[in-house]
Ligand binder design. Sequence first.
Ligand SMILES: Cc1ncc(COP(=O)(O)O)c(C=O)c1O
Length: 379
Amino acid sequence: MSKLDTLLAQAGSRWDEKTGAISMPVYHSSTFRHPGLGQSTGYDYSRTANPTRGVLEQTLARAEGGEAAQAFTFASGLAAIDAVARLFKTGDRILVTEDVYGGTFRLFEKIFRPYGIEAVYVNTADQAAVQQALNSNIAAVFLEVPSNPLLNVADICAITDLARSKGALTIVDNTFLTFCRQRPLELGADIVVYSATKYLGGHDDVVAGVAITAKPELAEKIGFVQNAAGAILGPQDAWLLLRGLKTLPLRLAKQEYNARVLAQWLSRHERVSKVYYPGLSHHPGHDLLKRQASGFGAMLSFEVADANRIPAILAGVRVFMFAESLGGVESLITFPSVQTHADIAPEVRERLGINDRLLRLSIGIEDAEDLRQDLEQVL
Ligand SMILES: Cc1ncc(COP(=O)(O)O)c(C=O)c1O
């Protein structure tokens, strides 16, 4: 099998035998003509299967888990997590990373809790806390690694071992590092989920989600939910993702380089009181991530010494853009306590460190010195 960079560079490029099209055609067809009664081309109706989405799903499955894996794409990252959460039933308890993305928290609290599926929030970077929580009849562990926005790192291998010994599944949200840097299925996880809106797409032009597993019985169930509940990814968005995937390794390398330069510089800045970046040796997850992944990603958060400066910083940036996504080629600055994590109770946010001094940066592929100067002028 070709290596990951080759697989991604040629995503969708070898599918169309008839014309030899190198860019995967976008099949804007909701339905497909049957050759005869009881016969099918393999495509009948696009909620069930669409060629453009199918090629994307094959590429993602190969990239994440090799030949045995299957991938399912959805209309958003939350739709993918929603589909995976539907594998559980009333009375099931799911152990969840406590500083998980705010939308994931809202999904578990406002959609699934009323149906009797209970999320139990734990600091999954604390192995003893995970071990203790797993004693209380848990059906699955949902890890975000590194977590959003504090970049805490859970030990995927150790937690999946523990979970398996208790009969629980492990699901990993791999949005921040992607299969280019961290490979949860190889570390023992059962299901990997993504907001493909972020690094996989990479250009802030598509909202999408993915769920991937190498377990046939789980694939069958997720595939059933994808078709039966119907939150599928449309063909145009599937094509945007295919195009984005081609440059993922290159983008990530430059983004990581820029993130490292800025994290080091910010950690020496007098107006900055704290920097969260797992690539810095003092970060509590540094050593673990060094073993568990092949890079530290391009997300970093920092606390300004004076909370009163936040409005001026957000209004004053000229290269960074004040917006709430991440993973694109453009650098973004976010204020998590009022944006991405507003749904988490204020006292919980404060305890976790998602406070009114914390800013999150998604580092893009711009010139590192332009980014540094931009932060310097606002700080
Ligand atoms: C780590 C993580 N997971 C899931 C999601 C949800 O993805 P989407 O916005 O594509 O629904 C996000 C969105 O910001 C995220 O950051």
